[in-house]
Write a protein that binds this ligand. Structure first.
Ligand code: NAD
Length: 317
């Protein structure tokens, strides 16, 4: 394949991606605010389409993508791309699985510490002129049981970080967890119900698929300890939010930290989600899908994608 290809970049990506592709002779249209209608109109002119999380590449768009050979996601999950429709048309779909591991695992640590010590509330109340020391009796992570659901790249990274904080790790995955890894972090493998009923903190690191949609529902919340905290940095749809609101209000669990939501607004729009009941609960901490949002993770993902595109065009992979 020649390097004289045209590329449509639909979302904001690290500039390094643009630079590497341009240096290799590719022609770039950088349109980080492009609308779905505009994509449908223009997609037929491009050989390569690149997205991050804002843009959804639908079957309808793919139907109009007459020249397209590669759709690239500068990130991990491919749930914003109709992968089946792309594959049916012979379009390669690529992602950057390596980029986000550290960023997401570190965010989980931050969220666990925020839940354990109520750091966001302390800051909020001080801004209101209060000094709420006597109401802020926290707990320590050291010695607590951390249940990790999904031990892929991010789950494993989190286990290593949490081990350094002296947490006990319990893990569940649908595929076998390698023994050398379980030995390294002292992880105890369990079934999901044992994990949910014994962990003090439960963090989810599974992809969104038909089998993980509403993986955590009313029945699963009923198995958790009343003192348990859950952390979700994977995809909002893996938790039934109606059941979560109920569990939080009824004291079935102690709290939740959520980086992802069932409905997420366009990053440039107002956060209607903040007005939503869940984000307003006092035992909830929210972040606006910033798991992979570090300079290092974005640069790494952009480099990985640029390299993969060039390798594909050279016929190496
Ligand atoms: P990965 O593919 O390396 O690991 C996922 C693991 O989940 C695999 O080991 C898989 O076997 C396991 N799994 C699948 N279904 C399961 C189930 N029903 N129960 C238990 N385990 C199951 O993926 P990763 O890189 O670790 O990413 C995990 C998730 O994090 C993805 O959903 C991704 O979209 C999300 N993510 C979020 C952000 C963010 O900004 N918040 C950033 C990057 C990735």
């Amino acid at each position: 394949m020649s390097m004289n290809q045209s590329v449509l970049i639909c979302d904001q990506v690290a500039p390094i991606l643009n630079d590497i592709l341009q240096k290799n002779g590719l022609k770039i249209s950088y349109e980080p605010e492009i609308s779905p209608e505009q994509i449908k109109e223009k997609i037929g002119n491009f050989d390569i389409v690149i997205v991050r999380s804002r843009t959804k590449i639908t079957k309808e768009m793919i139907d109009s993508a007459s020249k397209c050979k590669i759709i690239a996601r500068v990130g991990v999950g491919l749930d914003n791309i109709d992968v089946d429709a792309a594959k049916a048309k012979g379009i390669r779909v690529i992602n950057a699985v390596e980029g986000a591991m550290n960023a997401v695992a570190e965010l989980v640590l931050g969220l666990m510490l925020s839940l354990a010590r109520e750091i966001p509330r302390a800051d909020r109340e001080i801004r209101l002129g209060k000094w709420p020391k006597k109401n802020l009796m926290g707990i320590e992570l050291s010695g607590k049981y951390l249940g990790i659901v999904g031990l892929g790249n991010i789950g494993k990274k989190l286990a290593r970080h949490a081990r350094a904080l002296n947490m006990n790790i319990i893990g569940y995955d649908v595929i076998p967890i390698p023994d050398d890894f379980t030995r390294e972090v002292g992880l105890v493998k369990t079934d999901i119900d044992t994990l949910l009923s014994s962990a003090d903190f439960i963090s989810f690191h599974v992809p969104l698929t038909e089998s993980t949609y509403h993986l955590v529902n009313k029945e699963k919340f009923s198995k958790m300890k009343k003192t348990a905290y859950i952390i979700n940095t994977s995809r909002g749809e893996i938790i039934d939010e109606v059941a979560l609101i109920h569990a939080l209000k009824e004291g079935k669990i102690a709290g939740a930290a959520l980086d992802v939501r069932e409905e997420e607004p366009d990053p440039s729009a107002d956060a209607a989600v903040a007005k939503n009941e869940l984000a307003q609960l006092t035992n909830v901490i929210s972040t606006p899908h910033i798991g992979a949002q570090t300079k290092e993770a974005q640069a790494l993902a952009a480099n990985v994608i640029a390299e993969k595109i060039i390798m594909i065009l050279r016929g190496v992979i």
